[in-house]
Design a protein around this ligand. Structure first.
Ligand code: PLP
Length: 429
């Protein structure tokens, strides 16, 4: 049954969608189901999905193995509280995460969304310094153009201007910011690119608990790829000035940037790592914050005697069971060749867009392709054109970007990129 006009009208009047208005509601594309890399609309049309539902559906939709994992678990128990209780799906997931993430990260906190895992990471850093007798070290240092989520702590470390949260600036915790690295991915580290970081650490290190950043790929704040050499230098400086490093790999984790984790491009381990998005293969919300034994133990020796966080749906067994199957799938497949193949295809097939008058830059890294425009696009104008062209692409400001499921075939990638070039070229006319 297609969604009726009445149902759509109810949606427009009553339901908030991400960043939407209640007086000028954005048009909605009614979706009936999704399978593999295709989203089926309620009128029967099918779209090739370029977004993987915001980085998460890495194996595609309606995957038989993920479905079976969900069915298997739901017949045992969908949920049980995590306070004083444990279960196999959570234990298995923690084991997998400890084994696959960069070295030294072996204490796992299961959170319920990316933003919460970012909050948890900052609380860990603050509790750590408190336990070490340095309660003055409670601020964060963040990069401009960063994005870490929509809750208050996370908002405070998003870009203060482009971070969508300017209006809250008066109520947010005041943090320190430095410019994003100038050295792009693949370039030799530019002279002086780490100076702003070093200066801030030298001047304010006694107030700063942690440097929080998205390693190598800045996502929602600009889809910007920067030098792993910079990240490596930042790791060294954090150690020198006794500031923790929090790597927010909620978007980049699980292979998206071409390495299993973006930190691997630089061969570094952060002190705290945030994971989310692709963790359950896009099936449901789950996130994790990992840290070292030293930080875990130090926090626990502090005044509180424990880490001060515990969500109701912590360690949700259903989400953990699906995450376990998603990670098993990832490791059984040759994800690295899939992502490399997608990177090559994106580079080749999006390049024709570089010639268009409205296009400033075309770039790709791993399974992430970006066409940056000179001017922000009107979503109301461009979204129907993409749907008409048979693809699901959701631009943001000046950025038309895709992060397809890793299972997308070359043929579908060609159609996806072709549709982007065509729609952008039609807009020029
Ligand atoms: C999406 C995202 C978040 C927030 O995750 P939610 O699940 O939307 O709360 C945080 N950090 C980064 C880098 C993200 O891409």
């Amino acid at each position: 049954m297609p969604i009726s006009e009445q149902q759509l009208a109810f949606d427009q009047q009553h339901i908030w969608h991400p960043y939407s208005s209640m007086i000028n509601p954005p048009p909605m594309t009614p979706v009936d189901s999704a399978s593999g890399v295709r989203i089926r609309l309620s009128d029967g049309r099918e779209l090739i999905d370029g977004m993987a539902s915001w980085w998460s559906a890495i194996h595609g939709y309606n995957h038989p193995r993920l479905n079976a994992a969900a069915h298997g678990q739901i017949d045992k128990m969908a949920h049980v509280m995590f306070g004083g209780i444990t279960h196999e799906p959570a234990i298995e997931l923690a084991k997998k995460l400890v084994a696959m993430t960069p070295e030294g990260l072996d204490r796992v906190f299961l959170a319920d969304s990316g933003s919460v895992s970012a909050e948890v990471s900052m609380k860990m850093a603050i509790q750590y310094w408190h336990a070490r007798g340095k309660p003055g070290k409670h601020k964060m240092l963040a990069l401009r153009n960063g994005y870490h989520g929509d809750t208050f702590g996370a908002m405070s470390v998003c870009d203060p201007v482009t971070g969508m949260h300017e209006l809250f600036s008066g109520v947010l915790a005041q943090q320190f910011f430095i410019p994003r690295p100038e050295t792009r991915f693949g370039e030799a580290l530019r002279d002086g690119d780490l100076d702003a970081l070093e200066q801030t650490l030298a001047e304010h290190g006694d107030e700063i608990a942690a440097l929080i950043l998205e390693p190598v790929v800045q996502g929602a704040g600009g889809m910007y790829f920067y030098s792993p050499e910079w990240l490596k230098g930042a790791r060294t400086l954090c150690d020198r000035y006794e500031v923790l490093m929090i790597a927010d790999e909620i978007a980049t984790g699980f292979g998206r940037s071409g390495e299993l984790f973006a930190c691997n491009h630089a061969g570094i381990s952060p002190d705290i790592l945030c994971l989310g998005k692709a963790l359950t293969g896009g099936y449901m919300t789950l996130a994790a914050t990992l840290t070292t034994a030293h930080i875990g133990e130090t926090i626990s020796k502090g005044g509180a005697g424990c880490f001060m966080h515990g969500p109701t749906f912590m360690g949700n067994p259903l989400a953990c069971a699906v995450a376990n199957e998603s990670l098993a799938l990832l490791q059984e497949q040759d994800w690295q060749s899939q992502v490399r193949r997608i990177e090559q295809q994106l580079k080749e097939k999006l390049t024709p867009a570089a010639k268009l008058n409205n296009v400033a830059d075309v770039r790709a890294l791993g399974a992430i392709g970006v066409v940056e425009l000179h001017e922000p696009v009107s979503l109301a104008e461009i979204q129907p054109r993409f749907v008409e062209a048979g693809v699901w692409v959701r631009p943001f400001g000046k950025l038309v970007y895709v992060m397809p499921p890793y299972v997308m075939s070359d043929e579908d990638l060609t159609s996806l990129c072709g549709a982007i070039v065509k729609v952008l070229s039609d807009l020029c006319e």
